[in-house]
Design a protein around this ligand. Structure first.
Ligand code: SAH
Length: 359
C-alpha cells in the first residue's frame, strides 16, 4: 500500500476538514498558504479551483484528497428571486436534503438541514411524514451554508443569519451541529446572536447546548401548550412533556441570558382558539424574560389534511397574545410555491444525477 492509498482510504470531506487536517494535506507548504486556502473557503466562499493564490497542482491535490459532499440537483426560485431552495444529493449515498436562502431588505438568512429526513414524526411537517435516513456530518451542514453564501455573493450580499430550521432535528445531532456552529462563528464570522437552533424539545440536547460556550438562540417548536394536544402534534412530547421542557428552557435562559422563542404553526380548529392563545401566553410569560412567539400559519403538506388558520384568525390569535403582554411576530410564508416554506422540506425520492453542477 502506498502513502497515497492511505490518504484515499481515510478521506475527509473538504468542509469536515479542520484547519489542522487541511494543514496536514498541505504538509510542506508554509502556514500562510494554509491561511490563504482557509480564508478562500470561509471568507470568500471560493471553490478550491478558484483559489488561485495556490498552485494548480496544489488545487488539484486538495480537490482529490478533500472532496465536497453535496451535488446540486435543483435550484428553485420564488418571491421574485428572494427565496432560493437548493435540493442536494449527498454524494456518498444519494439521500436528498434541502437548504433555503432568503434575501430580506437588510439581511440574508440561510435555513439549513441537520439530518437527511427526520425521526420526530410531527404529522403536519413534510420532513416528519417522510421519515429518517441518516445524520448529516458537520461538513455537510457547513457546505450548505458555504454554497448558499456563494450564491448570495453573486448579489453582493453576505449571509447574516443561520437558522437550523431545515430538514431534521438539530438536537438529535447535537455534536455535528455544534461543530458547524463553531465553524460559522469562528471562521465565517457570524455572531452567536445570529445563529438559531430550533428544536421539537429534546431536553438532553437543550441541556448539552446550555453547556456549550456560545449563547446561540434557542427556538422551541411548541405548537401546543397542553400535553394532550402536544402529544398529538409533536409526538416526542410523550417523552419530554411540557413541564420538563419548560424547566430545561428556564435553565438555558439562566445560563445564556438569551430570550427563547416559541414557534407556533397555526392549524385551523386545532391550536388557534382563544383557549390555546391563553395557554400559550401563560407558558411564554412563565419564562423571564418571557418567550417571544413566532406565529407561522400552517403551510400545506401532502400528508396532513388540516389547513392553516386564515388571516383574520391569525390576527386574532396574535392580538390575544399581545393583549396578555407577549411579544408575537407573524412570520411571512416564504417559498410556499416551491415547497421551501416552513415544514415543506421533503426532498422526495433519492435522485440519480446525470450531470454535476456547482453553485
Ligand atoms: N426539527 C426542528 C427544526 C425543523 S422545522 C424543529 O422542529 O424545531 C422548523 C419549524 O417549522 C418548526 O417550528 C416546525 O414545527 C415548523 N413546521 C413544520 N411543519 C410545518 C408546516 N407544515 N407549516 C408551518 N410550520 C411548520
Amino acid at each position: 500500500m502506498t502513502a497515497e492509498d492511505v490518504i484515499v482510504e481515510s478521506k475527509v470531506s473538504l468542509y469536515d476538514a479542520t484547519r489542522e487536517t487541511l494543514a496536514g494535506v498541505m504538509a510542506g507548504e508554509p502556514t500562510y498558504r494554509v491561511d490563504q486556502v482557509w480564508s478562500g473557503l470561509y471568507k470568500q466562499f471560493q471553490e478550491v479551483a478558484e483559489i488561485t493564490t495556490i498552485s494548480a497542482a496544489l488545487r488539484e491535490k486538495l480537490s482529490r484528497e478533500l472532496p465536497t459532499s453535496l451535488a446540486l440537483v435543483r435550484e428553485s426560485v420564488s418571491d421574485k428571486g428572494d427565496t432560493v431552495k437548493f435540493l442536494w444529493r449527498l454524494v456518498d449515498g444519494n439521500h436528498p436534503i434541502e437548504t433555503v436562502l432568503m434575501h430580506y431588505a437588510d439581511r440574508v438568512t440561510v435555513c439549513v438541514s441537520t439530518q437527511a429526513g427526520c425521526a420526530m414524526a410531527c404529522g403536519f411537517c413534510a420532513t416528519g411524514q417522510a421519515g429518517f435516513n441518516r445524520q448529516l456530518t458537520t461538513g455537510e451542514i457547513v457546505e450548505q451554508v458555504v454554497r448558499a453564501a456563494r450564491h448570495a455573493k453573486q448579489r453582493k450580499q453576505r449571509v447574516a443569519n443561520i437558522v437550523f430550521m431545515g430538514m431534521g432535528e438539530p438536537l438529535a445531532n447535537e455534536p455535528a451541529v455544534w461543530s458547524a456552529i463553531e465553524r460559522f462563528h469562528d471562521d465565517i464570522g457570524i455572531s452567536a446572536r445570529h445563529l438559531t437552533v430550533s428544536t421539537v424539545g429534546i431536553i438532553p440536547g437543550i441541556r448539552t447546548l446550555a453547556t456549550r460556550p456560545l449563547p446561540v438562540n434557542l427556538a422551541v417548536s411548541m405548537h401546543a401548550a397542553r400535553d394532550d394536544l402536544r402529544d398529538d402534534l409533536v409526538p416526542i412530547n410523550k417523552r419530554y412533556p411540557i413541564n420538563d421542557l419548560m424547566d430545561a428552557c428556564r435553565d438555558y435562559l439562566r445560563v445564556k441570558n438569551r430570550r427563547i422563542s416559541f414557534e407556533w404553526a397555526l392549524i385551523a380548529g386545532v391550536n388557534d382558539t382563544a383557549r390555546d392563545a391563553n395557554e400559550l401566553a401563560k407558558l411564554a410569560l412563565s419564562l423571564r424574560p418571557s418567550a417571544h412567539v413566532n406565529i407561522i400559519p400552517l403551510n400545506p403538506t401532502p400528508g396532513f389534511p388540516t389547513r392553516g388558520t386564515d388571516a383574520a384568525g391569525v390576527r386574532r390569535f396574535a392580538d390575544r397574545l399581545r393583549d396578555r403582554g407577549v411579544n408575537a411576530t407573524v412570520r411571512r410564508n416564504r417559498g410556499t410555491d416551491i415547497d421551501a416554506a416552513c415544514g415543506q422540506l421533503a426532498a422526495g425520492q433519492p435522485v440519480v444525477l446525470t450531470a454535476r453542477r456547482n453553485v
